[in-house]
Design a protein around this ligand. Structure first.
Ligand SMILES: *[C@@H]1O[C@H](CO)[C@@H](O)[C@H](O)[C@H]1NC(C)=O
Ligand SMILES: *[C@@H]1O[C@H](CO)[C@@H](O)[C@H](O)[C@H]1NC(C)=O
Ligand SMILES: *[C@@H]1O[C@H](CO)[C@@H](O)[C@H](O)[C@H]1NC(C)=O
Length: 319
């Protein structure tokens, strides 16, 4: 086509130059290319496979019509919104095992067909409000094993009406808003294990949950009408595992306090009994001087016995 233009427009050199410049720009633009990125394999099923290629940046030259993009096992630090959002037919995106630290609302701005997203094994720190908002077709989100991921905004998934499976296992999360999870109409499975869940349980009121269902598989399947129950149970199980050692310490301290109080009160009662008996004996001595030897011997016996505590008080009294 360019050569025919060359013939036709030889009388209009300016127009030709403009046309050539435009064509050149289009060809070198990474966004609009139909080639295949370096170190990636592209097939005619519109799958682009770039796993484990030591990539440090998002691949350029991606075919516009890409439906599956696999960039796992690299060291990519950023998902550039502009490049990513040209891939409006993307259905499957695997970014696991990279060095991603940040995902924002604009990252996935145009991926309305994306159904599967994997962000596991990255270094994400927090997930903001409506991060996944544009992903209206998202069915499965895996976001496990981000050891520093400690904050997930309660409205992060609020627009993901198609979300069925959410796995946030093995992160650093302390709080999850169960109410906002329940509100997701299609959700049937949530993975929560391996997080240091806070048991101050401002998390949610878990008190009305049937404890006979206690079980903590890695991913729990939620059935209609039982969602809150099962999420709550898993949270509570995880909570109790975390707090176990503190519970034991509490019981040991309380046990010691009760033991100490019992011992002291027994000792005090023993002392009182001895003093009382001595007082009685003194009175006896005054009344009957002949019985002096016998009553002092009894005094020793009762003191020795009452030192042992409560149980012997009756004996000393009878003696
Ligand atoms: C992550 O990718 C590296 C290569 O970049 C690989 O050696 C390692 O096994 C991968 N880890 C996981 C958990 O897949
Ligand atoms: C996990 O979060 C706590 C604070 O909630 C922080 O002190 C700790 O360093 C975090 N762990 C990692 C691996 O980032
Ligand atoms: C959970 O999120 C909902 C709305 O997303 C909010 O109204 C509610 O206050 C949140 N609950 C907690 C305990 O933060």
């Amino acid at each position: 086509p360019i050569s025919s233009h060359l013939m036709a427009s030889s009388a209009q050199p300016l127009r030709l130059i403009v046309l050539l410049l435009f064509t050149a720009r289009v060809n070198t633009s990474p966004m609009l290319s139909s080639g295949c990125p370096d170190r990636c394999v592209c097939d005619d099923q519109l799958v682009v496979q770039c796993a484990g290629q030591h990539l440090t940046t998002f691949p350029v030259n991606l075919p516009l019509a890409t439906r599956q993009l696999i960039i796992s096992n690299n060291r990519i630090v950023e998902l550039p919104p502009l490049a990513l959002n040209y891939l409006s037919d993307l259905v499957y995106l695997d970014c696991s095992n990279n060095s991603l630290t940040e995902i924002s609302e604009s990252t996935f701005g145009n991926l309305r067909k994306l159904a599967y997203l994997d962000l596991s094994f990255n270094t994400l720190i927090h997930i903001e409000d409506r991060t996944f908002g544009p992903l209206v077709s998202l069915v499965m989100l895996r976001m496990t094993d981000n050891p520093g991921l400690s904050e997930m905004h309660q409205d992060a998934f609020v627009e993901n009406a198609a979300l069925q499976v959410l796995d946030v296992s093995r992160n650093n999360l302390t709080v999850v808003n169960i109410t906002s999870l329940i509100a997701l109409p299609a959700l049937r499975s949530v993975g929560l294990s391996g997080n240091p869940w806070s048991c101050e349980c401002d998390n949610e009121d878990l008190s009305h949950i049937d404890p006979s269902l206690l079980d903590s598989p890695h991913i729990i399947i939620l059935k209609n009408g039982r969602r809150l129950g099962e999420v709550g149970i898993q949270l509570r199980t995880l909570c109790h595992q975390t707090l176990g050692s503190w519970d034991y310490l509490f019981f040991v301290v309380i046990g010691f306090v009760i033991f100490a109080a019992g011992t002291v009160s027994a000792w005090v009662m023993g002392v009182i009994m001895v003093l009382y008996e001595r007082y009685i004996k003194k009175k006896d001595e005054q009344l009957d001087v002949d019985d002096e030897e016998e009553s002092s011997e009894t005094g020793h016996t009762s003191r020795a016995r009452s030192d042992h505590g409560n149980g012997n008080l009756k004996t000393s009294q009878t003696v």
